[in-house]
Design a protein around this ligand. Structure first.
Ligand SMILES: [Zn+2]
Ligand SMILES: [Zn+2]
Ligand SMILES: [Zn+2]
Length: 432
């Protein structure tokens, strides 16, 4: 038997084989690796350079080009971040600046950088609601059909080409149907209706019927063949007041993330009011809710596992719906594991007074601050508008809270819906 020797580190009780000791200078593997790590850190600290890629730059177009440029991680370089986010710069671009970025995106596409090109075009479409209709013939030539939202302002000839191509292009059909859903005009609605009445042969290759692609773009094909929008045309960002809480009319108009009054029958924790807002708010005004306030409650724990419906009484007070069905896959909840930090954060949150593009958060991968009232949802997975358990109709999207905006290590999004007719709210949840 080989004699084991003690590790040389002070306070380390490990013993090692002579063979290991010869390799590490007498240290056990964990101690040796720790020493190596420290050496590397010291080297990096000594040799790291601070680089400001934006030094002396004022042109927002040039700044965005740098932000979009792929950058390889180098531990010896510390990049100074630009004081504004990409979104903030996009929103503040002049029409001329936006146009030159559009040209730049097309130049990137021509030179083979499809990914960055898509990112820039998506940003122009989502953050600014700019039309990129002029770029679409070239996107089609290059076989770029994704993300479908890029096609939302397509000219009739592009729409017709897509309608035709959907019939034979097995490889791109999925993306083409999403693009058509985003166009969503009379012709598309008509064709979706035809496909529902006489399902084409290729429909069998899809996961859902062709007309259900409409949900990806926030609408639904009615039984009558018409279009019903499931989202509001403006998005109002959830913002932090950062200590500038001004009590008064504005604060009273909306409350976010408050502890509810009743308990969750599934986990026995307290329910949470995700939002409580005046029904006079422009996102809700057209819904004819016959209530002064709309309150959306859910269980933030159980709500990650299934839809949670709440029924509102004549005064808008929510109660747990008898339609809720506890999912079989729900684990036993240990309340200790959950922080209620969000309740403190909620006190600092409000809804912006200024509407932003309805599409601002429509591409989840793009969005940084997806929490909003109104607008298009940021679907992490496929679009999923719950059906109202009373009337069977798709419920209307009223907003979402992105947990990464709320807690430092938070993830996933809670989506909120209402059926105005039955005074029922629903929440769903998706995460990557
Ligand atoms: Zn050791
Ligand atoms: Zn619960
Ligand atoms: Zn209903």
């Amino acid at each position: 038997m080989t004699q084991r020797i003690p590790c040389k580190s002070e306070g380390c009780a490990a013993t090692i084989l002579p063979r290991t000791a010869a390799k590490t200078g007498g240290y056990c593997m964990p101690c040796h690796q720790e020493q190596e790590r420290r050496k590397r850190q010291a080297y990096i600290k000594k040799h790291r350079k601070t680089v400001d890629l934006y030094e002396g730059l004022n042109d927002p177009v040039e700044i965005l080009k740098i932000m979009h440029a792929p950058r390889r991680y180098d531990p010896l370089i510390e990049y100074i971040p630009y004081p504004l986010s990409k979104e903030q710069i996009y929103v503040s671009l002049s029409p001329g600046e936006a146009a030159s970025l559009k040209d730049y995106a097309m130049h990137l596409l021509a030179s083979g950088d499809e990914e960055t090109s898509q990112e820039i075009l998506s940003s122009l479409v989502c953050y600014r609601n700019d039309s990129i209709a002029g770029c679409l013939p070239i996107l089609m030539e290059n076989g770029v059909y994704y993300p479908g939202i890029l096609y939302k302002d397509a000219a009739p000839d592009i729409r017709d080409r897509l309608l035709e191509q959907a019939e034979w292009d097995d490889d791109n059909r999925n993306h083409i149907l999403v693009a058509l859903a985003w166009i969503g005009d009379e012709q598309v609605i008509h064709r979706f209706h035809e496909w529902r009445m006489n399902p084409p042969q290729w429909a069998g290759q899809l996961y859902v019927a062709p007309e259900l692609y409409a949900q990806e773009a926030g609408w639904k094909l009615l039984d009558s063949g018409g279009r019903q929008d499931l989202v509001h045309e403006h998005s109002y960002a959830v913002e932090s007041m950062e200590g500038h809480r001004v009590p008064g009319a504005h604060e009273a108009a909306v409350k976010l993330l408050r502890q509810g009054t009743s308990d969750c029958p599934w986990c026995s924790g307290k329910l949470t009011t995700l939002i409580e807002v005046d029904t006079a708010h422009s996102v809700l005004a057209k819904l004819n809710l016959s209530l002064d306030r709309l309150q959306v409650d859910t269980c933030v724990i159980c709500g990650c596992y299934d839809v949670i419906y709440m029924e509102l009484d004549a005064d808008g007070v929510p109660s747990w719906s008898g339609y809720n069905r506890k999912p079989d896959h729900m684990p036993v909840v240990d309340m200790e594991e959950y922080s209620d930090e969000y309740l403190r954060v909620g006190l600092e949150l409000t809804i912006s007074n200024n509407p932003r593009s309805a599409f601002y958060a429509a591409i989840w991968e793009l969005s940084q601050h997806g929490s909003q009232l109104g607008g298009h949802p940021s679907w992490v997975q496929d679009a999923e508008y719950p059906a109202c358990p009373c009337c069977g109709q798709s419920m209307f999207f009223i907003g979402q809270l992105d947990w990464s905006d709320i807690e430092k290590y938070g993830e996933g999004i809670y989506y909120m819906f209402v059926c105005p007719r039955d005074r029922l709210t629903a929440t769903t949840y998706q995460q990557s």
